[in-house]
Ligand binder design. Structure first.
Ligand code: HEC
Length: 210
């Protein structure tokens, strides 16, 4: 019976597929379908480059870190609003939980200029060496982040970040010091090597706090 029906369409070529007498015409794939398929192939390399961007991380790890940091921010109530003081930078300098927030702030706001691993970008300095342009003592770090520098080449973040985010970004940057990551940018000409950070319980020295 199938044969009789198929004979009504003599122009159509049949494939060799035959499932319980059900057969298939050898029709070409519609043009619109092929174009969409080719489109996905053309799109893929650009998407891969965008997704694995070296400046703004968008991969699963980065998304996980950002999600974790967002969750931690919900706990800001537990520590209150922290002032960007020397005591607070030293207090949270090695606190992994809150450093995760600092790292996330850095990844989404600072990495585009300072490099994903903070080892310096084309315009912005390396944060993993012992050389600094504006920083003389550890509490200068939150100050520079808040106020910016070089007529906005380093933007002012004081009004853009939550005070705790600013403090934890400062802690994150401070604890990167001296890691001297391979491939890091050489110190700027106007940068100088500064004294090591004080121990966490060190009392402020006269003239050092600003
Ligand atoms: C638009 C690019 C850009 C972005 C974004 C940026 N910075 Fe900077 N940053 C700079 C430049 C350029 C300098 C050096 C300024 C100079 O040469 O005086 C700098 C300097 C600094 C310094 C002082 C370094 C020193 O040697 O004294 C700190 C600290 C710093 N940035 C932290 C941050 C943090 C934290 C963020 C994110 C919240 C950030 N920056 C985002 C461009 C940027």
């Amino acid at each position: 019976m199938a044969d009789t029906l198929l004979q009504d369409e003599p122009d159509e070529t049949l494939t060799s597929h035959n499932y319980d007498g059900i057969q298939e015409y050898d029709n070409p794939i519609p043009g619109w379908w092929s174009w969409i398929f080719l489109g996905t192939i053309a799109f893929a390399p650009f998407y891969i480059l965008w997704f694995h961007s070296p400046t703004v991380p968008r991969n699963l790890h980065a998304q996980f870190d950002a999600g974790k940091a967002a969750n931690l921010k919900l706990q800001f109530g537990e520590i209150g609003t922290l002032e960007p003081t020397r005591e607070n930078v030293l207090k949270y300098l090695h606190d992994d939980k809150w450093l995760a927030v600092g790292q996330s702030v850095f990844a989404s706001n600072c990495a585009s200029c300072h490099g994903q691993d903070a080892s310096g970008g084309s315009s912005a300095p390396n944060m993993t060496d012992d050389f600094y342009i504006h920083v003389n003592v550890i509490d200068d770090i939150p100050k520079i982040i808040s106020e910016g520098a070089k007529d906005g080449a380093m933007p002012a973040w004081g009004t853009k970040l939550h005070p705790n985010e600013l403090l934890f970004a400062a802690c994150y940057i401070a604890q990167l010091r001296g890691k001297n990551l391979p491939g890091g940018k050489a110190p700027e000409q106007n940068a100088k090597k500064i004294d090591p950070w004080p121990a966490a319980d060190a009392a402020p020295t006269a003239g050092e706090t600003k």
